[in-house]
Design a protein around this ligand. Structure first.
Ligand SMILES: Cc1cc2nc3c(=O)[nH]c(=O)nc-3n(C[C@H](O)[C@H](O)[C@H](O)COP(=O)(O)O)c2cc1C
Length: 329
C-alpha cells in the first residue's frame, strides 16, 4: 500500500505500544512479517528539549523501516519543535496520537483529549503536514465517548489538510479496552475517504485479520497486543490473507527459542541491568499458556544476573525438548 509517496510492501503494521514497541520489538515484528512499524508515542515537549531519555525513544535501526515516529502533545508550537527533532533521525513517516486514554496524557490536553477539540487537532495536523517533507498520519479513537463519535467527520477534515493516512482504533476514549471495536463505523467511513485507512483493534488471529478486512474494507491492519510474545502472528496473518493457508501457532519449544532470541537482542541493546528488567514482561508473554510458567517466573524474577537467568530459561526450555522426545518415542 501507499502512504502519501511512501511505498509499503504489504499492509500489516506493528502498533505503537508505550513501554513495549521499542527498537527490539519492532525489529522482531519486521522479521516475522510486519510490513512497517510504529514507534511508541513520544512527547513533543521531551523532544523539544532533546532530552536524552526522549531521544532514545526515537532511535531505530534500518531493519525497522519503514518506520513512523508517533508524536503526542497539544501545543502546535511544541509540536513543530518536536517534529523538527524527530525528522533529524530520518523516519519514513510521522504519526500523531489523537486517541491515547492514559490520564497523564489526557490531563495535558493531548492524546484522546484532542478528540474533544477537533479544531485544535486539525490545526496541529495542518502544522505537521505543512512542515514535514515526509508523509504525516494520524491515529484516532472513534471519539471521546459514545455521545461524541467524531472519527468520520474528523477524518474528513484531516484528509482535507493533507494527512496521508488514518489509523483507527474504533473504541471511544472512555471505553478504554472494554466492549467491542466498532468495525461498522470504520466500514462506513472508508467509503467516503480517499486516503488509506488502517484498522486497529482486537486482531488476535489470522481469522480475525480476515474478518477485520472484510468488515471494514480498510487498506491496512495494525496488530498490537497479540504481537506481545507472539510476533509470529504476522507470518500467520500474511499466509492466511495471501493464500488461505492457516499456519499452526509456534510450538512451546519454538516459542521458547523466540523468547531466548528476544532475550539476547534485549541484553545486547540495553545492557544487562536494564535489559533484564525489560525482559521480565516478555518472559510472561512468551510463556503464556505453557506448563510451569508461574514457577519459572518465581525463579527468574528475583535474579539480576544475566548468566543465572539464561541458565534458568535454558533449563525451562530443556523440559520441553524432553517432552517432545517423550511424545515421539
Ligand atoms: C500497553 C499499550 C500501550 C499502547 N501505547 C500506544 C501508544 O503509545 N500510541 C498509540 O497510538 N496507541 C497505543 N496503544 C494502542 C494500540 O496501538 C492499539 O491501537 C490498541 O491496543 C488496539 O489494538 P490491539 O487490540 O491489536 O492491541 C497502546 C496499547 C497498549 C495495550
Amino acid at each position: 500500500m501507499k502512504i502519501g509517496n511512501l511505498n509499503i510492501n504489504g499492509f500489516l503494521f506493528s502498533a505503537p505500544l508505550a513501554g513495549i514497541s521499542d527498537s527490539i520489538f519492532r525489529r522482531v515484528c519486521r522479521r516475522y512479517g510486519a510490513s512497517a512499524t510504529f514507534s511508541e508515542m513520544v512527547s513533543v515537549a521531551g523532544l523539544g528539549h532533546s532530552d536524552n531519555k526522549t531521544m532514545k525513544y526515537i532511535k531505530f535501526g534500518e531493519e525497522e523501516r519503514p518506520i513512523g515516529i508517533q508524536l503526542f502533545g497539544s501545543d502546535p508550537e511544541l509540536v513543530l519543535k518536536g517534529l523538527e527533532t524527530a525528522l533529524r533521525v530520518q523516519p519514513d513517516f510521522i504519526d500523531f496520537n489523537l486517541g491515547c486514554p492514559v490520564k497523564k496524557v489526557v490531563k495535558q490536553g493531548a492524546g484522546g483529549a484532542l478528540l474533544r477539540q477537533p479544531q485544535l487537532a486539525t490545526r496541529i495536523m495542518a502544522v505537521l503536514v505543512k512542515n514535514s517533507p515526509i508523509p504525516v498520519t494520524a491515529k484516532l479513537r472513534s471519539g471521546w465517548d459514545s455521545d461524541s463519535i467524531i472519527f468520520p467527520e474528523l477524518s474528513r477534515r484531516l484528509q482535507d489538510v493533507g494527512v496521508a493516512a488514518i489509523v483507527i482504533h474504533p473504541r471511544t476514549v472512555i471505553q478504554g479496552f472494554s466492549s467491542r471495536p466498532d468495525r461498522k463505523l470504520v466500514g462506513d467511513t472508508v467509503r467516503f475517504l480517499s486516503i488509506p485507512l488502517i484498522y486497529s483493534g482486537d486482531i488476535w488471529s489470522a481469522e480475525d485479520a480476515r474478518k477485520s478486512l472484510d468488515e471494514t474494507g480498510a487498506s491496512g491492519l495494525m496488530i498490537g497486543r497479540a504481537a506481545m510474545g507472539d510476533p509470529h502472528i504476522f507470518r500467520r496473518i500474511k499466509s492466511y490473507l495471501q493464500d488461505g493457508n492457516l499456519l499452526a501457532e509456534p510450538s512451546p519449544l519454538q516459542k521458547l527459542d523466540m523468547m531466548l532470541d528476544y532475550f539476547h537482542l534485549t541484553i545486547d541493546f540495553y545492557g544487562a541491568l536494564k535489559g533484564i528488567k525489560i525482559m521480565r514482561k516478555f518472559i510472561v508473554w512468551y510463556t503464556r499458556g505453557l506448563s510451569g510458567n508461574s514457577q519459572l517466573r518465581q525463579e527468574v524474577f528475583h535474579l539480576d544476573n544475566y548468566d543465572s537467568i539464561l541458565s534458568k530459561l535454558s533449563a525451562y526450555r530443556e523440559n520441553f525438548t524432553n517432552q517432545k522426545m517423550a511424545k515421539t518415542l
